[in-house]
Design a protein around this ligand. Structure first.
Ligand SMILES: [Zn+2]
Length: 360
């Protein structure tokens, strides 16, 4: 169910008569006064000054949702964040809020700053909720533009529910960078809590999973698509039963599919020589590639207890949630802003509003 949880704002502070300095309960109300705030409901709140009779320390207490020195309430900050995530530009967020409240609120730069601050707080507070159980992590890469230049981004999700594990500015084509990313993921979850990874068919992912000794399922969606493309090129030269045989071995793959592939290699037809038989070389290469990666295609069959998914769709959808909002931006000014953006749009995209409200 869709639940929208917005930060609460009170108009009076809750009085706790305990001294912040000496912990004494000999505390009296020293002063009550009203303060103007910018909020979607209230225009004024009460603030109380308490004074400790034991140590003479005096301090202010604020209502819920009102920050120490802030003019704006947490609810208003939250509102701006949600409007931005929904697709409004910084200027339009500001214009909309001012229109709703009937007075000018703040400049659009304030909303920009909020988006950065909240994104950063989400980055810092990201996990802790998933550490308890083992997680199959989906990894995938994408690109955005920073100051007109292409910036690779890697996203890791919990492949069960699509919630974010982490985002980094690494390139999936570079083994060293991918290794760094997996280390970041391991730092978040603990290496022992990673039940396995799911990725597309890139070789760099295989190098990294071998290095960290991680169970690795390659997305069968990608594998079948690539196989289809390679077979389509051979269609006019290789007899149909041979094409179909390869296709059926992978759809769906069986744990003993590699034996079927090896069987296929025993067929003399595949080894004919001469310049009119070059297509058989390509055919054998396809079989070779399938054999080489067979353990990655069938990891889910060999590790049934880890419940590895057979596709990386969950992570692709997660990236889609950020990319759909990205299409409405004019690119980024800094790498830092890219990370903040991805964290924010992942949490709003998954409707984790409570989490966002908690860091406003
Ligand atoms: Zn005191």
């Amino acid at each position: 169910m869709f639940q929208f949880s917005c930060p609460d704002v009170g108009n009076q502070p809750q009085i706790k008569r305990i001294c912040r300095l000496c912990n004494s309960s000999n505390v009296i109300i020293h002063q009550r006064y009203r303060k103007t705030v910018r909020d979607s409901v209230l225009s004024e709140v009460e603030i109380i000054r308490l004074r400790c009779k034991s140590c003479k320390y005096s301090f202010r207490i604020y209502p819920e949702g009102v920050g120490d020195w802030a003019q704006r309430t947490k609810r208003l900050i939250f509102l701006g964040i949600i409007l931005y995530s929904a697709g409004l530009s910084y200027e339009k967020c500001e214009g909309f809020l001012s229109g709703m409240l009937g007075r000018r609120l703040s400049s659009f730069v304030t909303i920009w700053r909020d988006v950065q601050t909240i994104g950063e707080r989400l980055r810092r507070s990201k996990l802790s909720q998933v550490r308890a159980a083992k997680v199959v992590v989906g990894l995938d890469g994408t690109y955005v533009r920073v100051r007109g230049r292409e910036q690779p981004v890697l996203v890791a999700t919990n492949s069960t529910d699509g919630t974010l594990v982490t985002v980094s500015l690494n390139n999936e084509w570079q083994e060293r960078q991918l290794r760094q990313f997996v280390q970041e993921v391991a730092k978040e979850l603990g290496l022992r809590n990673i039940a396995g990874i799911v990725t597309d068919d890139l070789d760099t992912y295989k190098l990294v999973s071998t290095r960290f000794k991680l169970t690795h399922q390659v997305c069968l969606g990608h594998v079948k698509k690539n196989l289809g493309k390679r077979l389509a090129k051979l269609k006019s030269r290789i007899p149909k039963p041979y094409i179909e045989r390869l296709r059926s071995i992978l759809d769906p793959p069986s744990a003993s599919g590699d034996l079927l592939l090896k069987d296929l290699l025993r067929d003399d037809k595949l080894w004919r020589r001469g310049k009119y038989n070059k297509h058989w070389v390509s055919y054998r290469m396809i079989i070779g590639d399938l054999l080489r990666n067979w353990h990655n295609y069938t990891a889910y069959l060999r590790n049934p207890r880890d419940s590895l998914p057979t596709t990386n769709n969950v992570t692709e959808r997660a990236i889609g949630r950020s990319k759909i909002r990205y299409k409405l931006t004019r690119g980024f000014k800094s790498q830092e802003a890219v990370l903040n953006f991805f964290f924010l749009t992942q949490y709003t995209g998954m409707h984790q509003f409570e989490k966002i409200a908690s860091v406003c």
